[in-house]
Write a protein that binds this ligand. Structure first.
Ligand code: NAD
Ligand code: DAU
Length: 351
């Protein structure tokens, strides 16, 4: 039985990863820690509530004492660090918490793992720290080319800069102390349990409530969308078989403009839910400051070395996703109440 310390496991990708792993393996135990910020929701984990292989603790990754205590209580084999402040728009308004969680939180985890895993002769057998990172650390692309693992880091937003800072600290522990690490850098995820501040669930939610759909700038920015389960599979593969010290880019060769995404959602809702929903809801608003134009991942390395490939085509994934939100309107209502609602009103009152 391998024990994973999963951080941020009540958030979007983290909870999908926990559900995926516990469904796939009987011999995996997950110690799931999450600060439960506005983006963390225990409702995401209700399917594993009674699973004895899932242990949840409300812990801040910046709290060194609490994190070290977990390494004393459990024999941890792997750390998978999802915990982060993850929304670019928020990082533009409040950069400090991004530096704290995404850089200092990462260092706190690295230190605790080092303390537990370093031996007189090196490192405990079979342990690994995996940092879940993003393609945004590479900056923005023009109309051609792709991000490779060798592309220099060139982040633009406070979010992507803080993620790059976290990545560099992980690399430093790998180089300096020979800590067994991997870094994955994935493109935009979509799927169940994504907080409706991000483009796809926000547009679905607004369509269902016949609210304006805010499109930043000219709407022609491009993102490379990947169904979240495919990302979870990639992380599982990298933990098991990734070469130590390596970075793996994860992406689906599925580039779409934002307008294309919005129109797909409008069409689905129009055809399946409410005929009165149409493109007149699209509202062009002020552009995001420093808005990266295009992201595109070259996933050749993870495909050639580990046999990973994206299994869910966009046309299927987007339908599954919209259907999930339709079937889980209570979830949407719950997460958009409270603190998020206040934030939403503050951020979007003019959009
Ligand atoms: P999310 O915002 O949905 O979830 C983040 C989780 O981390 C939340 O549950 C939150 O409560 C928790 N958290 C925040 N600060 C914490 C702290 N100090 N201590 C403990 N827990 C804390 O984010 P997500 O979209 O699921 O992203 C997860 C990870 O994947 C992030 O590291 C992000 O940078 C990375 N990533 C995201 C995407 C994407 O498209 N969403 C793509 C590539 C990489
Ligand atoms: O590329 C990976 C990254 O993808 C992750 O590291 C981040 O955690 C994740 O949030 C995501 O970042 P983006 O900024 O690309 O995602 P977001 O959903 O916020 O925006 C997607 C695109 O849609 C972007 O070009 C901005 C635009 N947008 C977004 C919102 C919320 C709009 O036009 N209107 C909106 O209301």
């Amino acid at each position: 039985m391998k024990t994973y310390l999963v951080t941020g496991g009540a958030g979007f990708i983290g909870s999908n990863f926990v559900l995926y792993m516990l469904k796939k393996y009987d011999d995996v135990r997950i110690v799931n820690i999450d600060k439960l910020t506005y983006a963390g929701n225990l409702e995401n984990l209700k399917d594993v509530e009674n699973n004895p292989n899932h242990i949840f603790r409300q812990v801040d990754i910046c709290d060194a004492e609490a994190v070290e205590a977990l390494f004393e209580e459990f024999t941890i084999d792997y750390v998978v660090n999802f915990a982060a402040e993850s929304h670019v728009d928020r990082s533009i308004k409040e950069p400090e918490i991004f530096a704290k969680t995404n850089v200092l939180g990462t260092v706190t985890l690295l230190n605790a793992a080092k303390k537990a895993w370093e031996t007189e002769n090196g490192w405990k057998e079979g342990v690994k720290y995996l940092q879940v990172s993003t393609d945004e650390v590479y900056g923005s692309l023009g109309e051609t080319g792709y991000f490779m693992e060798t592309t220099p880091l060139d982040p633009n937003s406070p979010y992507s800069s803080s993620k790059a800072g976290g990545d560099l600290m992980v690399k430093a522990y790998g180089e300096t102390y020979k800590m067994p690490i991997n870094i994955t850098r994935c493109s935009n995820n979509y799927g169940p349990y994504q907080f409706p501040e991000k483009l796809i669930p926000l547009v679905i939610n607004n369509c269902l409530n016949k609210k304006p759909l805010p499109i930043y700038g000219d709407g022609l920015n491009v993102r490379d969308w990947l169904y979240v389960e495919d990302h979870c599979k990639a992380i599982d593969m990298v933990i098991r078989n990734g070469r130590l010290g390596e970075v793996y880019n994860v992406g689906g060769h599925n580039e779409r403009t934002n307008i294309h995404i919005v129109k797909t959602i409008i069409e689905y809702v129009h055809d399946n839910v409410d005929e009165s929903v149409n493109e007149t809801l699209m509202t062009f608003v002020e552009d995001r400051k420093g808005h990266d134009r295009r992201y595109g991942i070259d996933p050749t390395k993870i495909k050639d070395e580990l046999g990973w490939y994206p299994e869910t085509p966009y046309e299927e994934g987007i339908k599954l996703t919209i259907k999930w939100y339709l079937d889980n309107m209570d979830w949407m209502k719950n997460v958009t109440s409270g603190e998020y609602q206040n934030y939403y009103n503050k951020m979007y009152s003019n959009k």
